[in-house]
Write a new protein. Structure first.
Length: 267
């Protein structure tokens, strides 16, 4: 296992796979790098992929201290520094998209291009999920909340054809304090005032049937970030990147500019 150490002494586990200029893949809330297991090899003909386990997940340390999307972004910087990566492309989905917003706004010299998937700006300007969705996720009957989350992630037909295991439902090894810190970090995110200063070329992706992070957040991001194109993926739910992997993966690869000959990648 390979680790980077953050300024506050937290060890962050990371995983570099494939060859070529790296594409950083950032997972959703309370998830580790396995979030990307089904699709990361789709990028390997053109790029290497770099994932990490957020603090509180996977093989990273799990301090019982407050978390934030800005702190998660600083953890990503620690990983890039450990690898000697000056500047790279970032693809964040769900809470990972919120972390990616912080990266692009606060560390613009480290981000070559940005892809934001199934995410939102947070704060009072974002569109909240319906109350019935929140109630379904809060069910206490055994298995009920998990099934509700599955239904928010995938269509019934896809689930019938893909019985699992599903790696987008949260890290089962997370301690309860880490789950609370992740939830708080995501809930407190508010990048509305930061979005207009993002200078990296940005692509916004979202499924048209996403109720977990309502689709209406996608045009908010695209309108707020300068010159950001928006692609809505028909009939897809929150885990569009898996269910519509061929379509979504091609959109990402087509958007990413060929890496320059210098100033980017592994030293």
């Amino acid at each position: 296992m390979t680790y980077a150490t953050t300024p506050d002494g937290t060890r962050i586990a990371y995983q570099l796979r494939g060859n070529g200029a790296p594409l950083v893949l950032l997972a959703g809330q309370a998830n580790n790098h396995h979030w990307w297991d089904l699709v990361r090899t789709d990028f390997h003909p053109a790029r290497s992929t770099l994932t990490l386990d957020y603090r509180g997940t996977g093989d990273s340390d799990k301090p019982d201290t407050p978390h934030s999307t800005e702190l998660f972004a600083q953890d990503v910087i620690a990983v890039l520094d450990d690898l000697g990566i000056d500047r790279t492309d970032i693809y964040g989905t769900s809470m990972g998209g919120r972390v990616a917003q912080q990266l692009a706004a606060r560390h613009p010299h480290r981000v070559s291009s940005l892809i934001l998937g199934c995410t939102s700006p947070g704060g009072p300007h974002s569109i909240e999920r319906d109350n019935d969705v929140s109630l379904a996720l809060a069910q206490t009957r055994p298995g009920a909340a998990r099934q509700a989350l599955l239904d928010l992630m995938y269509t019934p037909q896809w689930l019938a054809d893909h019985p699992g295991p599903h790696h987008t439902l949260g890290d089962p090894r997370m301690p309860s304090h880490s789950r609370r810190h992740h939830l708080a970090a995501s809930n407190r995110h508010n990048a509305w005032d930061l979005l207009p200063i993002i200078s990296a070329p940005t692509l916004v992706l979202h499924g048209t049937d996403d109720l977990l992070n309502p689709t209406a957040n996608a045009p908010l991001l695209a309108d707020r970030i300068p010159n950001a194109p928006l692609h809505l993926i028909p009939d897809a739910r929150h885990a569009y990147f898996e269910e519509a992997r061929a379509h979504a993966g091609r959109l990402v690869l087509d958007f990413l500019a060929p890496p320059p000959h210098s100033g980017r990648g592994l030293h």
